[in-house]
Design a protein around this ligand. Structure first.
Ligand code: TEU
Ligand code: CA
Length: 559
């Protein structure tokens, strides 16, 4: 297996709008990020992934770009960006940009030209179709509710938008479009950025526009919207035009990428991407009607997702390890316990995230256990996906109480409340009125108080990061799940020529006994780390794990 820096790195994701406000307008900004670079560095992470900071009308918080080469004034100036990049590099870290190239904003100059007339030279930059029998060209649906086609009066045709109607999809079939996208990527490479996170890159090549049969939305994504016929050709072209000859990394966001085709994106011999984010564990609690139709997480399936993907990508490609981001609930609320065992459970997830094979991604605030939020009224929500589903449900006289509960579980704003820096007003995020309310639990959960407590979640993350850097087996070593059918314990080995590690994680609020395999029971086990002050000893070949306890052992090799 080839060894490289991005396999050995730990990535920290910054959603700048919610990170730190420097000028009191209530919106996080680039100078705010700069002011926290020492903090980020102190975690021990290597790379910062910066969510979009480009010019944008903010229909989808910057994932609707109106100018790829300009910084949104609410985030600062290009000079601020240059200072940020320098600050990151001066501290020995790297920075990757978020590229949103499946679609632009409808306020991008290209789209304004494109929609102006059928013979405009930019017409073919987007996907325009005449209606069929007086209605949409086909039955495609938007990820954010409603039809994926918008009728435009001006030229009496429909354009495709897989996300909101203010996010028209680019036509990647057009070589001019690809050249423009690659050119703006080169612009950032020339500035010295160290790579890219590529938004919904699995969707850029479209299938034909006949009606495509679909059933359940999540499956439909893979079969209808993602993995289109020219996807690999486009990615190879991007690699050749932008990435080759630069030491930059890529991670492609891949809704619809499956176990069967994942390696086609990241295989060592493919010359496409370095890593992808697949969604098999992110959609795990989505029911037949999608994310707001929540079903319980099937824990055995959850483990299997990690096992299966490691088998596919672990050695002939590379995996990324993440449990959440700006689109999903807070990880401790979703996969663990944010009440009685909040502290243990937050640490347990750190232990998991940082002991698997693949590059780990930490989302801002998770390093000190930020949780979901439960706003009582829809007026406090900001996310376009949440607001759209609310409106739709209202129009159809659906059950709004039920929906509100689902929003509390699944809404994207759970991850977007401001980072809780301290226990002062607005959690130290802003001196003004924050664009979205702060989670009221900031007085007990915040970075400052944990900074002062050596036993805090925050210090545990630092410890786990140090441990990952100390034992390369945690990066490259084989990953093997031990007790696939255990409904409470996630246990696995990491192993190379030098080391053999055992990780046991109790994902339940009860004591659980874990029986060691015979061979292992005979060996000497050295406890490297645990999230409890006091752990039980191995007795009669078994360990009794306390609620949400996680332990990593080094197994002494005997010859
Ligand atoms: O997300 C893509 C994606 O698949 C999401 O729509 C995801 O399914 C959804 O958020 C789950 O609720 C990316 C960005 O990460 C997201 O913030 C953008 O809104 C979206 O693309 C459109 O650019
Ligand atoms: Ca600001």
């Amino acid at each position: 297996m080839k060894k490289t820096w991005w396999k050995e790195s730990i990535i920290y994701q910054v959603y700048p709008r919610s990170f730190k406000d420097s000028n009191g307008d209530g919106i996080g900004d680039i100078p705010g990020v700069i002011s926290k670079l020492d903090y980020i560095k102190s975690l021990g992470v290597d790379i910062i992934w910066l969510c979009p900071v480009y010019e944008s009308p903010n229909d989808d918080n910057g994932y609707d770009i109106s100018n790829y080469r300009a910084i949104h004034p609410e985030f600062g100036t290009m000079q601020d960006f240059d200072n940020l990049l320098k600050g990151v590099h001066d501290r020995g870290m790297k920075l990757i940009m978020d590229v949103v190239a499946n679609h632009t904003s409808d306020e991008h100059a290209w789209f304004e030209e494109s929609r102006s007339s059928k013979d405009n030279p930019k017409r073919d930059f987007y996907i325009w179709k005449p209606g069929k029998d007086g209605t949409e060209p086909n039955n495609w649906m938007s990820f954010f509710g409603g039809k994926a086609w918008q009728y435009d009066e001006q030229t009496e045709e429909y354009y495709l938008h897989l996300f909101t109607k203010k996010q028209p999809d680019l036509n990647w079939e057009n070589p001019e479009v690809r050249r423009e996208v690659f050119d703006q990527m080169k612009f950032w490479v020339d500035k010295g950025v160290d790579g890219f996170r590529l938004d919904v890159i699995s969707l850029i090549s479209k299938r034909n526009y006949e009606d495509t049969p679909y059933s359940e939305f999540n499956e439909t994504i893979a079969e209808v919207y993602a993995n289109g016929p020219r996807i690999h050709e486009f990615l190879k072209e991007m690699n050749k035009e932008v990435l080759a000859n630069h030491d930059v990394m890529t991670v492609g966001e891949g809704p619809g990428i499956t176990l069967e085709n994942g390696l086609n994106y990241v295989g060592d011999d493919r010359e496409e991407l370095n890593m992808i984010f697949h969604f098999d564990h992110m959609f795990i609690d989505h029911g037949p009607q999608g994310k707001f139709d929540t079903v319980p997480v099937d824990f055995i399936h959850f483990k299997k997702v990690f096992g299966d993907w490691d088998k596919k990508l672990g050695t002939s490609g590379w995996n990324s390890i993440f449990l959440g981001n700006h689109d999903f609930p807070r990880i401790v609320s979703r996969f663990a316990n944010d009440e009685e065992y909040w502290e243990e459970a937050s640490k347990l997830l750190a232990l998991m995230l940082l002991s698997m094979r693949g590059t780990p991604y930490i989302y801002q605030g998770d390093e000190f256990g930020m949780t979901n939020v439960t706003f009582d009224t829809i007026d406090d929500y900001r996310d376009v996906e949440t607001l759209n589903v609310w409106k739709e449900t209202q129009e159809n006289s659906g059950d709004l109480d039920k929906l509100m509960k689902a929003i509390h579980w699944q809404g994207r704003d759970n991850a977007r409340t401001p980072v809780q820096w301290d226990d002062s007003a607005n959690a130290g995020f802003t001196s003004g009125e924050p664009w979205i309310k702060v989670n009221p639990n900031y007085e007990s959960i915040n970075a400052k108080s944990q900074e002062m407590n050596p036993r805090s979640v925050l210090h545990f993350y630092r410890k786990m990061i140090t441990i990952r850097k100390t034992y390369p087996v945690l990066v490259y070593g084989d990953f093997e799940i031990i007790n696939e059918d255990d409904a409470s314990i996630f246990a696995y080995y990491r192993q190379d020529e030098e080391y053999h590690m055992l990780i046991v994680l109790n994902f339940s609020s009860e004591d659980q006994s874990f029986a060691l395999e015979q061979e292992i029971a005979k060996a000497e086990l050295i406890r490297i780390v645990s999230n409890y002050r006091q752990s039980n000893e191995v007795e009669n070949g078994a360990i009794v794990l306390q609620p949400w306890e996680g332990i990593m052992y080094k197994i002494k090799k005997t010859n």
